[in-house]
Design a protein around this ligand. Structure first.
Ligand code: FES
Length: 182
């Protein structure tokens, strides 16, 4: 299967909506007036919910809104795995490859997924379903190999069989929801 490798330089950034700006204001209101920069993570999450990723252009909008330097916003986007810096597949698979996990087959799990999906780490399948990434420690080293699906669902003790089952079931759920939309 061919892979897509979409980078921020090739992606067309959409503007942030007025509704998103209203949500920004609600987040900013949770902090004292002189600390509105504390809402930066929430604002970036809103951008990602709306656009699917956080482009450099979106970072500039957030920076201007919060009175921050664009680089300070970029540092937040790039520090946390949960922020996508380019469009991702429907399912983002983040496999931990930090040292404790590497000692317990974390890298092998990533390689197995590369083979199963026919893509390399950092790429997205041509059908737009899966993006494969490596991640920093997910705080569950004893459960290695571990991975996160779409930044929320932690999967532990991921043997090759379990990885295959996970991919097949996600693929099945995507095709089921596509049928329901017909
Ligand atoms: S090193 Fe992988 S969860 Fe901690």
């Amino acid at each position: 299967m061919a892979a897509m490798h979409v980078t921020s330089s090739t992606a067309q950034s959409k503007p942030i909506s007025a509704e998103a700006k209203i949500r920004f204001a609600k987040e900013v209101a949770k902090f004292p007036a002189n600390q509105k920069q504390s809402a930066v993570m929430a604002c970036l999450a809103i951008v990602q919910q709306e656009l699917g990723y956080v482009s450099v252009e979106s970072e500039q909008v957030v920076a201007e809104y919060l009175g921050m330097a664009p680089m300070a916003v970029h540092e937040v986007t790039t520090f946390y795995n949960m922020y996508n810096q380019h469009p991702c597949g429907k399912f983002k698979l983040n496999v931990c490859t930090n040292l404790p996990c590497q000692l317990r087959d974390g890298s092998k799990a990533l390689q197995h997924l590369e083979g199963k999906l026919g893509i390399k780490m950092g790429e997205t399948t041509a059908d737009g379903l899966f993006t494969l990434q490596q991640s920093e420690c997910l705080g569950a080293c004893a459960d290695s190999p571990v991975m996160l699906v779409n930044d929320r669902t932690m999967c532990s003790f991921m043997t090759n069989d379990k990885l295959d089952q996970l991919v097949d079931s996600l693929r099945g759920s995507a095709s089921q929801s596509a049928k329901e939309q017909l």
